[in-house]
Design a protein around this ligand. Structure first.
Ligand code: ADP
Length: 190
């Protein structure tokens, strides 16, 4: 059982690469962004609480996210491996995840950081916004999300660097080339 975290700025390709990895390795996938958008669609209490944060480009409070993750992990009980996409997004979330995994006798085995330049990220997200209808893919909110990423999410690279599980992956170029780079890391994990 392999626990992978795929992490990177908005638009860095986390969702795209997760899809390929699910296909190639049969991993289970948990995307907190997808889960939150589903809660919003269902008009649940959590969805209502999360919507204003998402539309403002801010993070949903840690307590709500950690509660959601605990519930989903219990429901799914992944077997072969797990890709966490969009979580953890703060050092507090990373610490909560470490504790949760430790309780279950497991750990985060690798954190894959997809690195893409800022201009390319903005272009990708604007393009996605034209097709996806996502309320947060507009220029103002994209810039806010990138600021939040640098301030609150990027520090988790250091958190996992200290544990020796952080890997930086160049995230520009063909999708298949990036998948191959990720595959090289996964192969070293055994
Ligand atoms: P992107 O990586 O393009 O921003 P996501 O779908 O991962 O897309 O996230 C969309 C929004 O959902 C974020 O801007 C944030 O408001 C919220 N969100 C997702 N995951 C988390 C998380 N782990 N902690 C807090 N907020 C989150």
């Amino acid at each position: 059982m392999l626990n992978l975290v795929i992490f990177g700025a908005p638009g860095s390709g986390k969702g795209t690469q997760s899809e390929v990895l699910i296909e190639q390795y049969g991993f289970d996938h948990i995307s907190t962004g997808d889960l939150l958008r589903e809660e919003i669609k269902q008009e649940s209490e959590l969805g209502k609480a999360a919507k204003s944060f998402i539309d403002a480009g801010q993070l949903v409070p840690d307590g709500l996210i950690i509660g959601m993750i605990e519930k989903v992990l219990e429901e799914r009980q992944p077997k072969r491996g797990l890709i966490l996409d969009g979580f953890p997004r703060t050092v507090a979330q990373a610490e909560a995840l470490d504790e949760l995994f430790a309780k279950h006798g497991t750990a985060v085995h690798a954190v894959l950081e997809l690195r893409v330049g800022e201009d390319e990220l903005i272009q990708r997200l604007l393009k996605r916004g034209m097709g996806s209808g996502r309320s947060d893919d507009n220029l103002e909110t994209i810039k806010k999300r990138l600021d939040v990423y640098h301030a609150q999410t990027a520090p988790i690279a250091e958190h996992y660097g200290k544990k020796g599980v952080h890997h930086a992956i160049p995230g520009s170029g063909a999708i298949s080339d990036i998948t191959a780079r990720i595959g090289e890391v996964i192969d070293t994990l055994g």
